[in-house]
Design a protein. Structure first.
Ligand code: ZN
Ligand code: ZN
Ligand code: ZN
Ligand code: ZN
Ligand code: ZN
Ligand code: ZN
Ligand code: ZN
Ligand code: ZN
Ligand code: ZN
Ligand code: ZN
Lengths: 347, 347, 347, 347
């Protein structure tokens, strides 16, 4: 089968992956599931993997097929699989968990001690077929198109996971700030709208992004390259500050927003990454600010996100590309030139 | 009356405060309470106030009587006070709150929008008398000596507040790390012991502090100037890491412990301050680490801490000094030479 | 001033209250507030008070002016009041709390140990003026009409309080059941819609009520006098049952719904009352069903509800009556003949 | 192998089960585990199963080997099992879960949609061997004797599960009431002591049970056949009532304790069963009392309980019997004549 693989870490996106012919994966365990990929979202994390930025955090062996945002149709199942059968459309949670370790038993899929992460620690879905397991697939309702929903497998669930944590702390009359209305942020914004009655301030440096935010329900928009965010927030909240910040950018600058615009007891959810946090401890102590790292989300949360999509409460902006164009996509995202979320279509 | 007052910010502790004669405070509101001070704890925060380190966080006008850890006996009450009367022994929550703003209505005393903080934004208790209000005093049970309990008004409640947040996330079999077994840390450790069944690892650079920790129930102790904390934790937890970190030190070094020893989904409570946090966003994202600033605690939490003291579940190590020795105490704490918690006794 | 007062408990609604001339209340404390009433909602609880049904639960002295759902304009304030001043439009939380007892300090206004409940334990607002206190009034935004919002002071906040508890447990894909789409239920339904993405099943015995529910966003409606609720729920949830039940009726029959339609781990919120719960303990044990009594709501929750109203997320159906018609209203509600929520207008 | 089996529902305990020779179970799935039983606790639920009291709640086919509180040594494992191997000592969570359904993914083992419950819906452990699965076994530390810990598989985890829910709501200074200091209650009491600093009132009708409670740390004991519980609680709590009630009895009488002794906002955990709840809805509404059914506990909670046992924080009183004496045990428990917890030893 065709697959787009990384052979060497590089800063050069235009030649990052090699599209080549490899063997179709074989099912080796009774709970394995083979999925014929209908679509695979391209993600900022793919760029980070190519740059070698994950080598100190997770075990990685090259060459590896990238792609962790997959949906498709079940092609084959292990002998003890009961949840799905051949022909079922599914979305694939990116992490294949064991179901046995203590984190798994607590529902904390992302902390599984025996997991494989598609396209990060094991072969992913920029390919015709993806091997995953029963605990990683979610059957799709008829209303949902696998190609269209693919990016939700990571972009969607990551945004949903952060939004769900924020919603728990948001009351009517409170304000949330969404920083970065891109692939993840525009989903996070919709999740906040669907699950809370809080006011939402959308922050970006592109006016089109802010127009999208407005259309998706943002109460206010701020172009942070032109306006002083701290001042705007101060005006909007009568000096009180905001209760929740969802930072989908994670630059040096946005990482510092919490100390400028947060109400007492607020959370800043650190979702995007790339930049640094640099604050005096006292800046967190005064006002009891929390900086909360957040990473993908649970299997059960992806079920909940599928329910939102099924009810038309979350829409996703995608643009489609062939597998052969994959390095162009990598390059384009690096320069912020992808409209919506790129979905790669295998041949 | 006699009071120890700050006239100018300075790095020179040995001459920081002036003990002088000022007017006894007058009660101006129907809810005011005048307390004859029986003891006032000296705190690292007093050193920080003297250095001017709080000027950019709170409004401060000099000269000001310092002292935010007070207990004593009610000397006079405003006309609508019902909770206490003349002669009642009380401990004083350091913050005089309004009871009217939204944070007050949510029980979030520390976030009150109309508050006065003894010894930080208004005159405190290094004096014969302290003016406070009905919402800031807690009647003491007979078993408790006001002079002895005074430091709990801030050191105690700050430690309790952080420990209570940690306990909510600690299950039997989990591990908590207490960094710094000083005035706050030795209380935090006892709160963890009283309210959870988690294993507790005590970290300090002084062996006497670690001996105290052991006597107070710590499961393990680590002298971080001699042992490699990350290695010790790795061994103790079979590579799993710890669930909760309570950093009572807040130096550049301790602020980084979370990324070295935390289990997935862990919290590092930032309690001590003075140092900086400096981490890549990715270090928080991977493993979903949270850095949570924490500041003093609620009035209701001070009630709970008094209940612990009343049940002999938390003991406090104090050494007593006269008001005239106050600058010696400031100097001694700066050099880590105070044994237990210093309590200043007014004349 | 004119006031509608209860002199004797009775089952006879048509002569329950006496409209008579009494003295306008005097402010006696520094935090007292006198409100000129713009509207006062009539409530099922008023019928229950008239019947003497609250005598074994709270202290009550007759004669008493009824009326606990009030809004109006501040006419006079005690000397230490800062939150409002003469002329400010306000809604009145029905409970005047002390701000000093431990429940108050925890934000639990309903559990205050020194409270007065308008129209239940002290004179209420079926009158020209109502005496309340600073901790019970919430300033209204300009967009909100005091007469129109009055019933939210109890009907609204009670529904909001229950809905907020339910929302905390409701994920997308889950189902909530609202039993009784009357004065409270139609607000509860809107609160669920505004703050969650769960499916909502509305249950009533009147078709007009169900039409209203549908218009307000209910996913499904069930006329329980014609359809078998358990069967409908079974079909809708593939046999899984519902996660949250909000029972605004509280009859013998509705009190038993939980054991018929609940998913494992579900909550049945007991809001309406009048009937009995009668279940074997085993019926709660198997499936871990919780029956949760719920009563009015916190001051901070009424702030949140005002924010929802201000954002047009909750609408209220009212019909207006003069103070002189008050016994007709009592009689009509007893027979289920009030359209929307009745609001009494003082002369 | 020898097994004690139920062939017919009966009220006659002395002849309830037949000890007979049946085939040793065969492993049929890759995750199956065969355990050589070292001990099997006898439980009030076994009496209830014999009486047919569970037939309307779960599917049951006779004959069936009873016994749901098991520990022993792994005798054989399915081919994909990695958690344990032959020779490992284990305790058996009573429910074999699927790991695939949504409740399993949320960590809610007791709500699994594809589960088998040892001795309740499938053959249990009053036998030489028990077939279970990888998701139901927990490896034991060396310090723990399988025979001795067996009853924790249900009695222990049920008590722990309820205690853990209660602890979340218990602050220092609060009071919990434990009703029934028998097989479950004496464990629940120890869990409360280990994980909270609340005062604990133990209630029973036998003085020996109360002596045990006192030795295990109860703050107060009440013989409810001699003393007026409501009066005692009123005195102990200055009229405030208790925050948490754990009812391990579940009789008509104890089910009503909540409305007599609860503080506002309290929970009554319904753990024991047999009796009925009969209350006016208003009794729950006034004071916001919650009645919370609770059933066994999660796998992760059994891990936590094993950690408590390993740290000597929970002790268990057992008396041992041969398999041939099993009907005598059934009869004796029915008359309250078992000292501690009965453990059946297979031949
Ligand atoms: Zn991604
Ligand atoms: Zn796992
Ligand atoms: Zn730096
Ligand atoms: Zn201090
Ligand atoms: Zn305030
Ligand atoms: Zn009402
Ligand atoms: Zn109060
Ligand atoms: Zn049992
Ligand atoms: Zn399951
Ligand atoms: Zn009955």
């Amino acid at each position: 089968m065709q697959a787009a693989r990384l052979h060497e870490y590089t800063e050069e996106m235009s030649e990052a992956l090699t599209v080549e012919e490899i063997d179709r994966p074989e099912l080796e365990r009774s709970d394995h599931v083979l999925v014929e990929v209908a679509g695979a979202g391209w993600c900022q994390t793919d760029n980070h993997v190519i740059e070698g930025m994950w080598t100190e955090y997770v075990p990685q062996e090259l060459p590896m097929t990238l792609g962790h945002e997959n949906a498709g149709v079940v092609a084959e199942v292990g002998e003890e699989v009961t949840l799905v059968e051949e022909g079922d459309p599914v979305i694939c949670h990116p992490v294949q968990t064991c179901g046995i370790c203590r984190p798994c038993r607590l529902g904390e899929d992302m902390y599984c001690e025996n997991s494989a992460f598609n396209g990060l620690t094991t072969d992913g879905g920029f390919a015709e077929y993806l091997q995953t397991n029963e605990r990683a697939v979610i059957p799709l309702p008829d209303s949902v198109d696998p190609t269209e929903i693919a990016p939700h497998a990571d972009a969607g669930i990551t945004a949903y996971h952060a939004a769900k944590k924020a919603v728990r702390e948001l009351n009517p009359g409170d304000t949330a700030v969404v920083v970065g209305i891109g692939g993840l942020g525009h989903i996070g914004l919709q999740c906040l709208e669907a699950m809370s009655a809080a006011d939402v301030v959308a922050v970006d440096i592109k006016d089109e992004a802010l127009e999208l935010a407005e259309r998706l329900g943002a109460t206010h928009t701020v172009n942070s390259s032109e306006e002083d965010l701290a001042q705007v927030v101060d005006d909007l909240t009568d000096g009180g500050g905001v209760q929740q910040i969802l930072d989908f950018v994670g630059s040096d600058e946005t990482a510092g927003y919490g100390t400028e615009i947060a109400a007492a007891g607020a959370d800043q959810h650190v979702i995007g990454y790339g930049g640094h946090i640099h604050e005096p401890c006292q800046a967190l102590v005064d006002g009891e600010l929390s900086l909360k790292g957040t990473l993908v989300g649970r299997y059960a949360e992806l079920q909940e996100l599928v329910a939102l999509v099924d009810r038309d409460l979350v829409e996703l902006h995608t643009s489609r590309y062939d597998l052969g164009e994959i390095n162009d996509v990598a390059e384009a995202l690096e320069h912020g030139e992808i409209e919506g979320r790129a979905v790669i279509l295998p041949p």
